[in-house]
Design a protein around this ligand. Sequence first.
Ligand SMILES: *Cc1c(COP(=O)(O)O)cnc(C)c1O
Length: 352
Amino acid sequence: MLKYRDGLADLPTYDTTEEDWNIKINANECNMNLPPIVEDRVMGRLSRLEFNRYPNTEMDDLKEQIAANFGLQTENILIGNGSSEILEKLFFAFGGKNRKIVYPQPSFSMYGIYVKYSESMGVPVELEEDYSLDAEKFITAVKSSKAALAVICTPNNPTGNVVPLGTIEYIAQNITCPFVIDEAYVEFYGESAAGLLSKYPQLIVARTFSKAYGLAAARVGYMLAAKEITAMIDKACMPYHVNVLSLVTADIVYQMRHEFVPRIQMFIAERKRMIKQLKTLPALTVYPSETNFILIKYDKAVELNEYLENIRIGVRSFGNAPRLTNCLRITIGRREENDEWFKALKDFMERV
Ligand SMILES: *Cc1c(COP(=O)(O)O)cnc(C)c1O
């Protein structure tokens, strides 16, 4: 009998196995590869890489760029192996035995898993019927649990809606524990909590290159926070935790981020177009979204999902996750992909 760490066997597995989808709209990825001009620069840079050396100045180069963009210093930036690493380390650093971590539900499913990884105790705060967040309820949960960490994802995955910046600030004024804003989808919305960092020293903003910048393969994310916080979280990371291939790629993507503006605008326009179209199907509940995906609710979601799978369209179903029964999350793809999945949805609904 092999003896593993207590609790490890009970952890859920984040299932990442994929089928050979014709249209892959299940993971909120960008359905376009890098803009060719960016890809050229990346390839040129990679061809000059010193593969034999540990990462050296590459992480600092990226930090400098990010710091300059936010009017911060490099000490305020921590780069991670995806924002997943940042989040996991935050839960590890502030969590632990008998420590409470507060986050809304439904939200990013990994929060519950990081709670378990870090042996902390999760305190989920139920979102309202329309998935909006009741700030008072959240503040009360943080205070009464004496929370060690509070996390809000906005725009929220998987519901798509936002917690307005004014509400984020109101919460920040009323809680004293570290407060993480997961902004994985902020580029599709536009309003960031980053501007509040100077006023609220316990605030932490987590960002990723995986969604709007279409760099999911490279696994690069970052956080913005007070120097004291980044220094402590850094201690929880391994030496050289982000590889050079990813660092130089992210560095070029960030330098050339203006090249991504037109496509981000296109995805936003497509989201609006698809919400309008989905609303013509009366059997569906269509939730508002400020992201690159749309959440829908439908009585026959299980059957619809099966139908879509059979024609090799992969959307995200949540099974019977709390508050997400009969919900499907559809990532916005390219225009022709969106036309195709919409037609499939309509065909299904006309048949049943
Ligand atoms: C995708 C996602 C992340 C993680 O992104 P990385 O690829 O690890 O950078 C974090 N939070 C939310 C809400 C996400 O949807």
